[in-house]
Design a protein around this ligand. Structure first.
Ligand SMILES: [Ca+2]
Ligand SMILES: [Ca+2]
Length: 138
């Protein structure tokens, strides 16, 4: 298989996901822990992906962080699994909203705060109107 064919195969079997995460605007909401993230869909799930923008302090109080991922095509998105990797001190993370864009479709978590400690958290996703991605701005 040529390099071009390999590239086409990967593009067919994977999707580009833009993951936008808003950290709650309250005391101790931010974290410096590593965050692993998995998307669960109607026909499968992605591997756990490390959410990390290099040279940037992600997941700070009241901030919005974007992550670009290429991962397996999982059909219609259903939920996300979040696993925070405990580092030296307990550093809980409070998530306000997660929005995932994949092609023309947008999914989001419920509009409520989620406290992420050391146990894996599963948050359901529902479809939202495409315009709302831009509205959930930085
Ligand atoms: Ca914290
Ligand atoms: Ca941080």
């Amino acid at each position: 298989m040529s390099d071009d064919e390999k590239k086409q195969k990967i593009e067919r079997e994977t999707k580009k996901y833009t993951i936008r995460i808003r950290t709650a605007d309250q005391r101790f909401a931010g974290t410096d822990d590593r965050i692993m993230f998995q998307i669960v869909g109607s026909v499968g799930k992605t591997i756990f992906m490390d959410l990390n923008n290099s040279m940037h302090n992600d997941f700070e109080r009241g901030k919005v962080d974007d992550f670009q991922m290429r991962a397996a095509c999982v059909g219609d998105l259903e939920s996300v699994n979040i696993q925070k990797l405990h580092q030296i001190v307990a550093d809980k993370w409070i998530v306000a909203r997660i929005i995932i864009k994949c092609g023309p479709s947008i999914w989001c978590t419920p509009n409520s705060l989620t406290v992420v400690k050391d146990e894996m958290v599963n948050l359901p996703l529902s479809r939202m109107c495409p315009d709302s991605f831009e509205n959930e701005s930085k």
